[in-house]
Design a protein around this ligand. Structure first.
Ligand code: AHM
Ligand code: MG
Length: 316
């Protein structure tokens, strides 16, 4: 089924914005695949609000998404990893969107999987300019979330709150087509995914969890394998299809990790729960957390429910 036909079942405002995001991602998929030929690799002479070096493709992706979101009349506001504040798009629009325009920036120059992550809410204010408070909403209030993976294929994983659907970009037509109507995240898994080189920096539960993953126990297929691309989009695509767990835990003595709540942890947790999996910060469901800052960071453990539960047990 073409994506445009799938969108006919979706509320028209939401369908319009999702269509704009999908169109933007088709353009970005082409840019990613041709980045070395278009002077789109390497860093800009700039850092973003998080103090991270901005890659040329980060900036390009943000510009493209802003243009396409603005073209959707339903889109009232835009928040991005690359922008300090919120941007009003259309004062009469009903929706707001938070995006990580290009996740996995450190993988751009090595042609490894990268992607675009997004979450959409109904705005809280009625009309007019958008405020921060329009974005400080729980994941439980999300209308839709998804991501596009620019890997060996370009894949769109999406939920509008009715399960998780997977679309593949047909490179011939430039259009997405449904390839799986009911993604089910396996309840068990044999793979864990984390930056284990940083283990000494992480909280005790993470250390205990790694000890659990690496010890031998035939009944639970341990030791598990470790796989870590360093692109959340790539690592989670594998996790959604094959099962397992991805974690970027809280740092020792802190409650937060590296990844951002509004445009990384919430959209991925929304998808995980819609697919029968779980997403937690160790102590609380990610979707229950009340955001207090636009670029708030969050610890995340996400994937197969049995493995996430195991981490939660170590967090008690
Ligand atoms: P980015 O949005 O700036 O690309 O950062 C997020 C990425 C995730 O995709 C990935 O899981 C993580 O950062 C990797 O971090 P690290 O290099 O610390 O393992
Ligand atoms: Mg990211």
């Amino acid at each position: 089924m073409p994506f445009s036909v799938y969108l006919q079942q979706v509320d028209p405002d939401l369908a319009g914005l999702l269509s704009a995001v999908a169109d933007a991602s088709v353009k970005l998929s082409d840019a990613v695949r041709n980045a070395p030929l278009r002077n789109l690799t390497g860093a800009m002479d700039a850092t973003n609000v998080q103090g991270e070096i901005v890659q040329k493709l980060d900036d390009y992706s943000n510009q493209v998404l802003m243009d396409y979101c603005k073209s959707s009349s339903a889109c009232a506001g835009y928040l991005s990893e690359e922008n300090e504040g919120v941007t009003t798009m259309n004062e009469t629009g009903a929706l707001v969107i938070a995006v990580d325009p290009l996740d996995g920036s450190s993988n751009i120059d090595i042609a490894a999987p990268i992607g675009t992550i997004f979450a959409i809410w109904k705005r809280k204010s009625a009309v007019g300019a958008i405020h921060e408070s329009d974005f400080l909403q729980k994941g439980d209030e999300c209308l839709a979330a998804g991501y596009v993976l620019y890997g060996s294929a370009t894949m769109l994983m999406l939920s509008v709150g009715k399960g998780v659907q997977l679309f593949a970009l047909n490179s011939g037509t430039g259009m997405y087509e449904l390839v799986n109507n009911t993604i089910q995240l396996p309840t068990k898994g044999k793979i864990y995914s984390m930056n284990q080189g940083n283990l000494s920096k992480f909280e005790k539960a993470a250390k205990n969890f790694v000890a659990y993953c690496t010890e031998t126990d035939k009944s639970t297929s341990r030791p598990f394998s470790i796989r870590y691309i360093g692109s959340m989009v790539g690592d989670l695509y594998r996790t959604f299809l094959k099962g397992g767990v991805f974690l970027y835990p809280a740092y020792e003595g802190e409650t937060k990790g590296k990844l951002r709540l509004l445009y990384e942890c919430i959209p991925m947790s929304f998808l995980a729960e819609q697919a029968g999996g779980k997403g937690t910060n160790g102590k609380e469901r990610i979707l229950s957390i009340q955001p207090t800052e636009l670029h708030e960071r969050c610890a995340i453990v996400i994937g197969s429910s049995d493995l996430v539960d195991q981490y939660i047990a170590f967090s008690k």
